[in-house]
Write a protein that binds this ligand. Sequence first.
Ligand code: APR
Length: 315
Amino acid sequence: RHSPRVTVIGAGKVGSTLAQRIAEKNLADVVLLDVVEGMPRGLALDLMEARGIELHNRRIIGTTDYADTSDSDIVVITAGFPRKPGMTRDDLLLTNAKIVMEAANKSMSYSPDAIYIVVTNPLDVMTYLAWQATGLPRDRIMGMAGVLDSARFETFIAMELGVCSLDVKAMVLGSHGDLMVPLPRYATVNGIPITELLDAATIERLVQRTRNGGAEIVELMQTGSAFYTPASSTCVMVESILLNQSRLLPVAAYLQGEYGLNDIFTGVPCRLGSSGIEEIMELKLTDAEIDALHTCAHEVRKNITRAEEIFAAVS
Ligand code: APR
């Protein structure tokens, strides 16, 4: 069998860092595609030149041509733009929706059997539109956000308690944004619930910092948004699929009745293996947690409808 191949659409900060992680963890060959001529080839060559030092033999190809992506096992879509000065949210929604749908459709014609992971924001909306554009079965298309939000929550818990991050486990469900649903009840330090270790006010402060995690970094960086942990988080999903690890991760998945939600993508615990989403696990949630999840879904739905309206207006 050929060595596994992962295509990364969008060779920006997230895409190029993800390509580096995948190759240097020796998980797969990588095809890095962008619309900008030359740039993905330059990045690929730069990554290839480090192979002797990083001790792997994975091929990294940079390209602007979808034909080079054929027969990928996984396609990750990171293409898109952050909001620029003067741009409204609707402008961004329309711009990124077009980019993501086009990327998904073009990739599909060369890799119809691949598993698709969407990373472009607004995440839950972009994943829905990519699913709609491709008609992929729901086990083969998902969005990355929950692993990132959970990693942030775990980091803040570890920093607060002065313990090693390795020992902290937490899940953040729902949509990627202010409305996300961190689950402190299910967050532990080596099995000990954090509710035994921290008071309610402290936990609430960490939850708020998690909700604001992306914005905190944008404010500091000024010229871009987070990319190291987004790339690491996507890599965890890629790894669980390629190595059939069956990790249980929060993933934006298409819901058909789970958690009382229908026809929407939002973050829920999923078992990820070689066939993609192998199971959506339904946790027992409190009424407040279910309400919070439904509020997320409502907001995502509003933005999908908004995207459809903008499309209708311009077409
Ligand atoms: N096809 C392929 N690539 C494209 C296209 C397209 N149609 N349009 C834009 N791109 C590329 C850009 O040329 C750029 O290289 O997508 C890349 C985006 O990279 P960055 O601007 O560096 O953005 P990044 O920080 O990587 O974030 C990408 O992931 O986390 C999300 O919110 C983030 O939506 C954003 C996405």
